[in-house]
Design a binder for this molecule. Sequence first.
Ligand code: NDP
Length: 451
Amino acid sequence: MLKTMSIKNAYLLSVLDGLKKKSAHEPEFLQAVEEVLESLEPVVEADPRYERQNIIGRIVEPERVVMFRVPWVDDSGKVQVNRGYRVQFNSAIGPYKGGLRFHPTVNLSVIKFLGFEQIFKNSLTTLPMGGGKGGSDFDPKGKSDGEVMRFCQSFMTELQRHIGPDTDVPAGDIGVGAREIGFLFGQYKKIRDEFTGVLTGKGLSYGGSLARTEATGFGLCYFADAQLRDNGQSFQGKRVVVSGSGNVAIYANQKCAQLGGKVVAMSDSNGYIVDENGIDYQVIKEIKEVKRARIKTYLDYVPSAKYVEGCSGIWTVPCDIALPCATQNEIDEASAKALIANGCMGVFEGANMPSTPGAIAAYQAAGILFAPAKASNAGGVATSGLEMSQNSERLSWTFEEVDAKLKGIMEGIYAACAAAAEKYGMKGNIQAGANIAGFLKVADAMLWQGI
Ligand code: NDP
């Protein structure tokens, strides 16, 4: 059950109440909306056009939702069926843009929450991208390459009618990495007979961008570094806990170490490892990207490390900085309090909505630094935007060029969030600043474009 938050504005309350009735079975979506609307109270009160034009009522309703059957044949010849989704949430500032998630927990609520968050995140990047998200309850874990390929081909056979380089440009997310993007792109090209930048996260040999793989994890650390420096701190000498061991977690570990931090714990959905000497990201990369094995196998490489079954216990490992990079709602109030009790001074979100409302309230009560996902993990989609630019130009930029642009974008996002928070009387509240700065650009475009 959602906690009742502190919204008092009658217009915002009426939109939220209506949505709670219509979307009663979509708890993740309602959680994401409530978190944004709470921050928008001073903005809506300062400008009557948002209520008059019902911008809030419109922004919480996706422009289009596509749900479809995905039949595929497994290695034993049996026909399997999964459900596919694409939520095209908002195209006010550009083509829909957002990843595809393949995971058994995927449902409409999860995809709508991710698509809603994506609107504001994409706006914060300053690039012309609208918000969208998609995926399936298919689980690539334990499937052969042939099964993954047949699933991706079937998924794209339907999805291709709804996307295009100027319409909707999907990318990866949980369970969708280089292998899946390759199969999806191959099928799009075969059916549509065109070679365009319709997906991002592509391989380098067929239109991908250097530094896209690293972008979300690197970008998270660039953002955290900017926020730390603004508060007279740095990564230097800090103990860091990173949850997850996928794309975001691996490259957050790499950049964090480069900035002087030491990652002492990482996890997967089965359990977590602790290595007091610092976890080498290259070992995790080998285990997860090459062997596709469980994190437990880290002990084969570093026998002095410790493995603990169950992933939520990772937040009891003492640290200065926490980088949640696995999934939504992975830090609840009790975990947040455990982090704070152990001296954690900052939580910077790599995953989407990893902190529950109770956890965020605990960070605020303790006065620790907090970076919300829609700002701090925007580096992935920002670099996807750079991949789209390179595809349109038919040019490839160097790793250093892309990385420098990424760093500039993340520092710019931090500055924009800090400035918006200060302007609306919430200095230092980067969560509110992110919601407000992300909203203003999209709302302005919606006002210009009429209903
Ligand atoms: P990956 O699939 O590469 O890795 C996900 C990691 O999180 C794995 O270690 C996985 O463990 C773990 N995990 C997934 N689901 C759960 C769960 N229910 N409970 C515990 N652990 C879980 O995904 P990404 O690294 O790409 O994505 C991680 C997060 O970052 C997601 O929230 C995603 O939306 C967000 N994100 C990703 C971006 C990107 O560019 N990739 C961009 C912006 C945000 P296991 O292997 O055991 O499942």
